[in-house]
Each structure stands twice: as structure tokens, then as C-alpha cells.
Design a protein around this ligand. Structure first.
Ligand code: 1PZ
Length: 177
């Protein structure tokens, strides 16, 4: 299990995405690939807190964020990244930056909806909030075998309180139960 020491990964995530949101809302500059991929990489520690069942999701997500970080060395903005793949007709090509960006964006939606559902759902179980988030975000895009594996993994999730303790958010656990 991940040892997060005194880190507060949720705060780090929140700060990074607030900065990105400010850029998006200002509408004066394009979103750069580098800060975007850096913010996305802050999600990775969450997987270690969800148990071994989500190891496959972690490997897939981390590889795709790494690809975006690589892309940031030669491509400035997310807009330019998409335009490049549109011009080359590689939007849907396996492993293309655009396709990876879409998968990573779904990962972000998954995290957002998971925490919204954690706040909206009573009790200490993570299974219902996680199942709802997965059903909304990934299930429509995953085949039968992956959906079954994820459904099985849901039984091995920690409780809400355990998750928040691992994320060093113990004091706020009461908000979620
Ligand atoms: C709390 C519960 C968390 C549940 C997380 C469920 C995540 C779904 C697990 C999916 C297993 C990943 C298996 C690989 C899927 C790939 O086929 C696809 C397509 O990739 P491509 O063909 O383009 O290479 N990949 C994805 O759909 C991206 C999966 C990323 C998972 C990120 C989840 C983030 C959740 C974080 C929760 C803290």
C-alpha cells in the first residue's frame, strides 16, 4: 500500500486543477500540455489507496499521462495537440496523443464524479459511489470483460473512512459519512 506520509494528495490535486481552471476560464491563453499532464499525474497516488484490483487502471492511466508529458516537449497546447492529430487523421489511432488525452480526461471525470458521489451518498461504503462513477464515465466505452473485472474489483475497495485516512484527510472523514 502506498505510503503517503504527511502528503495531502487531494489538496495538491485541487490546487493544480484550480490553476488550470483559471486559465480555461480566462479564455486568454490555451491550456498548455505540460501543466495539464503534471496535474493529471497528481491523481496517480489515489490508485495505490484503492487496492490491488485497480493496478491495471493505474498502469494504463500512468502510461497515458506519461505520453502526454512526452508530448509537452514538442507540443505547446492541448488545442495544438488535437489539431496535429486531426491533420494527420490519427485522432482515433491507438496510442495517439489525442486518444490518450481522451482516456485521461475520462479518468479525471471518474475522480470528480467519485468524490461528488462520496459526498452525496450516506454510509461508509465506497462501492456505490465508485460503481455510479464508473457506470457514467467508463462503462459505455469498456467491453464486457473489463466491466466484469471492474465490478469484481469494487468488492475489494476500502471504506470511505479508510480511503480518507490513507489520503491523510482523516479530520474530514466526517464530511463523507
Ligand atoms: C474507486 C473506484 C475506481 C474505479 C476505477 C475504475 C477504472 C477503470 C478500470 C479500467 C481498467 C483499465 C483497463 C484498460 C482499459 C483500456 O482498454 C482503455 C482504452 O485504452 P487504449 O485502447 O486507448 O489504450 N483505457 C481506458 O479506458 C483508460 C482507463 C483509465 C482509468 C483511470 C481511472 C481513474 C480513476 C481514478 C480513481 C481514483
Amino acid at each position: 500500500m502506498a505510503d503517503l506520509d504527511d502528503n495531502k494528495p487531494l489538496r495538491d490535486i485541487s490546487e493544480a486543477f484550480k490553476e488550470l481552471a483559471a486559465t480555461v476560464n480566462a479564455q486568454t491563453a490555451d491550456v498548455e500540455v505540460a501543466p495539464f499532464s503534471r496535474a493529471c499525474s497528481l491523481i496517480s497516488p489515489l490508485f495505490g489507496c484503492l487496492g490491488i484490483a485497480f493496478k491495471f487502471a493505474e498502469i494504463d492511466y500512468v502510461a497515458k499521462v506519461k505520453d502526454l508529458a512526452e508530448a509537452s516537449k514538442s507540443i505547446g497546447s492541448l488545442q495544438a495537440l488535437l489539431e496535429q492529430d486531426i491533420a494527420a487523421n490519427t485522432i482515433k489511432k491507438a496510442g495517439s496523443h489525442s486518444r490518450n488525452l481522451l482516456r485521461v480526461k475520462r479518468g479525471l471525470d471518474m475522480v470528480r464524479i467519485l468524490f461528488e458521489q462520496m459526498l452525496a451518498t450516506e454510509g461508509n461504503s465506497l462501492k456505490d459511489p465508485a460503481s455510479k462513477a464508473y457506470a457514467q464515465v467508463f462503462a459505455p466505452h469498456h467491453g464486457w470483460a473489463i466491466r466484469k473485472a471492474v465490478a469484481a474489483g469494487m468488492y475489494a475497495l476500502p471504506t470511505k473512512a479508510q480511503l480518507l485516512r490513507k489520503l491523510n484527510e482523516e479530520g474530514d472523514a466526517v464530511l463523507f459519512t
